[in-house]
Design a protein around this ligand. Structure first.
Ligand SMILES: [Zn+2]
Length: 311
């Protein structure tokens, strides 16, 4: 469903971006920076910008959070195109992708418990590296709990628009990784790959906390015969203690009345030229789209918090 938009210069562009928050709490300053960066990049390219609610991890979902995120985006002038996609309504598509992986010999059932793996595994980028115990089938009498994708020692590399060349060897960094969890929830890695392809996303602009996930997603795209989008990983915003802003670190929710000041602070975090502080919300956004050198985005940014929008 990739759609083609026409940009201001009458040039036909094929750019489709997205913002894909999990409804685990209200939008905070860190997620605003991500939303803003991806929105400006899409608008500066004359492209579309989609909103996808990543609500598969149901135990972590917070009642009303998705609606609160939508309201805050609208309050900040970040309007999305088309209908909102909710991952919880798309499980059949993820199941079809898993069945394709299994059918083609790329995925297998794993009977190991977390503690069995932890007892023998080394630690990789995302916890214990799976040692491959069930690669040839679970031990006699054991029932598969989760489904894993078989990886090999070939490095997966890509060129990030901000971080440059990134390379990861999945075998040593993760081992065969989970695509359907033991609790029956499809893994983020599989769902995001299916959604990006089916929504025709050409440009993924998201937080650098997901940089380590990208090689897994590219690997899955290749196994499933799906295109690989361009990637840009924006700096992760930390609080004064150096912690990533999140619900766990009690990041403050965005107050819509502060939108102009927060948008200006978010532009500063993205290394961009700043509009006058007196500018209205929409004037700030128009300025940001007109002055968008993505090359200026820093790989890392200094601690910034909603309490100190001037920094
Ligand atoms: Zn296993």
């Amino acid at each position: 469903m990739a759609q083609v938009s026409t940009c201001r210069h009458n040039r036909r562009v094929d750019y489709c971006g997205r913002f894909a928050p999990s409804p685990t709490g209200p939008l905070h300053f860190g997620s605003l920076v991500t939303a803003l960066g991806s929105w400006i990049d899409a608008r500066a390219a004359g492209g579309r910008w989609l909103l996808r609610i990543e609500d598969l991890d149901t135990p972590r979902n917070v009642e009303g959070a998705a609606q609160a995120i939508q309201r805050t985006l609208a309050d900040c002038g970040l309007h999305w195109d088309g209908a909102i996609i909710r991952q919880s309504e798309r499980r059949e598509r993820y199941r079809a992708a898993l069945e394709q992986l299994v059918r083609e010999g790329h995925a297998y059932g794993c009977a190991c418990t977390r503690s069995e793996i932890a007892a023998v595994a080394t630690i990789g980028v995302d916890g214990p590296v799976y040692p491959g115990r069930c690669r040839d089938g679970p031990a006699a009498g054991r029932t598969p709990r989760a489904w894993r994708v078989r990886v090999d020692g070939t490095p997966v590399a890509f060129t990030d628009r901000i971080h440059g060349r990134v390379e990861q060897q999945l075998e040593t960094a993760l081992g065969d990784f989970v695509v359907l969890r033991a609790d029956g929830i499809f893994a983020y890695q599989l769902a995001v790959v299916v959604d990006d392809a089916q929504q025709g996303v050409t440009d993924v602009v998201r937080g650098a906390d997901l940089l380590d996930s990208t090689p897994r997603q590219i690997y899955l795209q290749r196994l499933l015969g799906l295109p690989t989008p361009r990637y840009a990983h924006l700096p992760v915003i930390t609080n004064a203690l150096g912690q990533k802003l999140s619900k766990q670190t009690r990041a403050a929710a965005i107050d819509a009345r502060e939108a102009p000041a927060l948008l200006r602070a978010a532009l500063a975090a993205l290394g961009q030229d700043l509009p006058p502080a007196s500018a209205s919300r929409d004037a700030m956004l128009a300025f940001a789209v007109a002055h968008w050198p993505p090359q200026r985005i820093p790989a890392r940014t200094a601690a910034t918090s909603p309490d100190s929008p001037a920094r």
